[in-house]
Design a protein around this ligand. Structure first.
Ligand SMILES: [Zn+2]
Length: 307
């Protein structure tokens, strides 16, 4: 008898996490297609869309944060499934964050590879512009909370895109991936999490080491992680990725009329100096400006369009 009573909890606990995992990972993506032309060729790249379910009490205007992910070569649905399972699926779903993958595919990756070696990122530029335009038009995504990421070729796309359009993304995670072209000074104060395996090939390792150093020098908020004993395509706990992402996308929405600029003096906002007034949050460059504001907030806030 004793054995039987013991068996039941054991069986239950070993099956339940299994069922949960299966449900989370096997959520079917919605399929869509990204159409554009590049160098006189028409491309139709499949999109794999994972949108969080809306709760019944949720207002329609609610917009989601987005993980925008580009797969490693050859960039088919196989690589996308693997990436969703190992990097993003479960933790994104828990948090109600959307994940969208662009199935770049071999044909377009060849275009990127040829152009990247010539230090001409036109193929990446085109891909990113069309990805964002399509996604933001069609899906309820908060354009201030997009994380661009990818592995290998996809990592190179994400890093290069962030370098080209730093203000279109909240953060970037090349895992691994190097930037094609010179690191832009516009990445100052921007968030980037570079990850590679210890056994990454020598060339990519050296380039990523160098670029991480350059990013630190220009004042980017860079975290660089080299994972012991790991190859080119890495394994990493999803929780580690989201521990880094969470504080970035939970940043308060500020009501400053000029984005990113101190309400008083127009210098860059320091995230340590945010003050609240009438349910709105305002950012300041320094303690000094924040204190001046607090003494007489209404003086510094332009009246909104009340007739
Ligand atoms: Zn100021």
């Amino acid at each position: 008898m004793k054995q039987i009573t013991l068996l039941i909890p054991v069986v239950l606990t070993s099956i339940l996490p299994c069922i949960n995992d299966t449900l989370l990972v096997n959520q079917d993506p919605t399929k869509d297609e990204l159409k554009f032309s590049f160098q006189d060729t028409e491309f139709k790249l499949p999109l794999h869309i994972y949108l969080p379910e809306k709760k019944s009490d949720q207002k329609d205007e609610k917009k989601f944060s987005l993980i925008l992910c580009y797969p490693y070569f050859p960039g088919t649905s196989n690589e996308i499934s693997a990436m969703h399972k190992s990097y993003w699926g479960e933790e994104a779903k828990k948090r109600g964050i959307a994940v969208i993958y662009v199935e770049v595919g071999q044909q377009y990756y060849v275009r990127i590879a040829t152009l990247v070696t010539m230090q001409n990122p036109a193929a990446i530029e085109t891909l990113i512009e069309h990805s964002l335009k399509h996604i933001l038009k069609k899906y309820p995504i908060d354009d201030k909370k997009i994380i661009i990421t990818g592995a290998s070729m996809g990592g190179q796309i994400s890093f290069t895109a962030y370098n080209l359009f730093p203000n279109k993304f909240a953060a970037c995670i090349p895992m691994p991936g190097q930037c094609s072209g010179e690191i832009s000074k516009k990445l100052k104060n921007k968030h980037i999490f570079m990850i590679r395996g210890e056994n990454e090939n020598v060339q990519t390792s050296a380039l990523m080491d160098q670029q991480a150093k350059e990013l630190k020098e220009i004042g980017a908020k860079v975290k660089y992680e080299i994972i012991k004993g790991q190859p080119h395509i890495i394994q990493i706990d999803q929780k580690i990725l989201f521990e880094w992402i969470d504080p970035i996308i939970s940043k308060p929405v500020l009501s400053n009329p000029k984005e990113g600029k101190c309400l008083l003096c127009n210098k860059q906002i320091d995230e340590n100096h945010i003050r609240e007034h009438n349910n709105s949050k305002y950012g300041f460059c320094s303690q000094k400006c924040a204190e001046v504001f607090v003494k007489n907030p209404d003086k510094h806030i332009k009246p909104s369009k009340k007739s």
